[in-house]
Design a protein around this ligand. Sequence first.
Ligand code: AHR
Length: 514
Amino acid sequence: MMRKIKISIISLLAIAFCSPLFSQENEITIDASKSLGEINPFVYGQFIEYMGRCIDGGIYEENSPLSDARGFRTDVLEKAKELAPTLLRFPGGTVIKTFHWEDGIGPKEQRKAKKNLIWGGINPYHFGTCEFIEYCRELNCEPVLVINISTGTPDEAANWVEYCNGTENTYYANLRRSHGYPEPFNVKYWALGNEEAAEPDAGRHQNPHKYVEDVWHFIKLMKLTDPSIKLIANGESGNKEWTKTALKGLDGAIDYISYHAYVGTNSPCPYSIFQKIQGQDTWMREFAEMVKATVPDTVQNWKKWYRFPHRTAPVKIALDEWGIWEQQEPPYGTTNTYEWRHGLATACFLNAILHNAEHIGMANWAQMVNILAPIMTNTQTSVKQTVFFPLKEYRIQSLKESVQAKAQSPIIEEGLQSINVSATIDRDKKQMTVNIVNINPQSLKTKLRFSGCKIGKLLKTTVMTATSLDAKNKLDTPDKNVVQTKYTNINKKIEEIKLQGESITICKFELSDI
Ligand code: AHR
């Protein structure tokens, strides 16, 4: 009798724990009725700077058998095209504090080679404004130019606008024409300095009121030169008060407020980078709330005498430098060799950007070649780093709008789930993509639940995996790619998916109705 009771208690417990009420089932839930905003195409940008071998020895190398007649490394250009940035920011970065654009125009032999006072080495400036614009045209992406407000003048910045965009019979428009470019470059996006509050970087604007006062002079002359340009003001990642003062002081005249976000690993905790990315997700939301609370969506009390139009849309965030910075090789620890763990982290960071789509107007991975980069070069060859692959696939596959996606999955360490997810939708095309990162070494069977839409067939999957979490692509084995990207046509309805361990999976669904 006693034995019988024992057995039934055990079976009851077994049934109870196996029932959905008790078992911790892995689950991804997507709610298409909860929009997280339109995704601005400019969130898939890149950044290049006169730093180390990003430009010289990276995208540009004169007299190399790998370069074309313009000095562009064709192997790098091919990879950059595949990376498909929508926007390219140039020429700094911190180096902007000593950059004078007129050093980088006209016949190359007459350009002024100068010491790179910020990062070391010499800048011959053979890759200057016109070469940058040609590079953007090759990549079919939008240029963003950063002006020097530290050692440059408002006049100098306005002349740069005129050189790029002038259409009349003026000295600077004619100068561009004389350099072989009859048509204006139409550079629409201009950044007002870079990290100007950072004193060690030769920034002169620790006091945000001084930033506002100085920058106004630049804005007036630049906007009077071309009233159609859009302006990006500096914000300070770690200093909301500095940012608020800049926002309030420049409201009406600026379209974007920037901040920069780099993450790395706290050794010996390999998952700490994922924790930091979760923190970034929250920070983006808080930063956006602060912007909204500081500057109203519509401009009030615009003074007529400014003689140029005010902004007509809410101020958006320009995350104009984001990426992964492990302290590795010079300069300043920025020659990074990325592991597959960093590839997974890149996808999680992209998920965070998509979660905040409503607020982010542009975002650039910093940088593109050799410095904290998806593409590495030496004089003989170039390779795609692990982070290249998620950057490329998200850019190609994400749809117009971000919608709410959540996961319930095993905890890796305190506060960190195995699964990180985002979802995008195109309501006209009736398609949805679900971007799933599984940082768990184990494969995970996961339920997929959808609401706010009628989900149709899973059309295809893209699965990115690597030989191990610390696998790297290296310049000394350029033909070996540790990352495998597998595209599979599925064409059937599913309710559950098996995610490979340490993988990124992009699922493309059709919607039968929304
Ligand atoms: O991307 C490297 C440097 O990091 C940039 O020059 C600067 O803006 C940032 O601090």
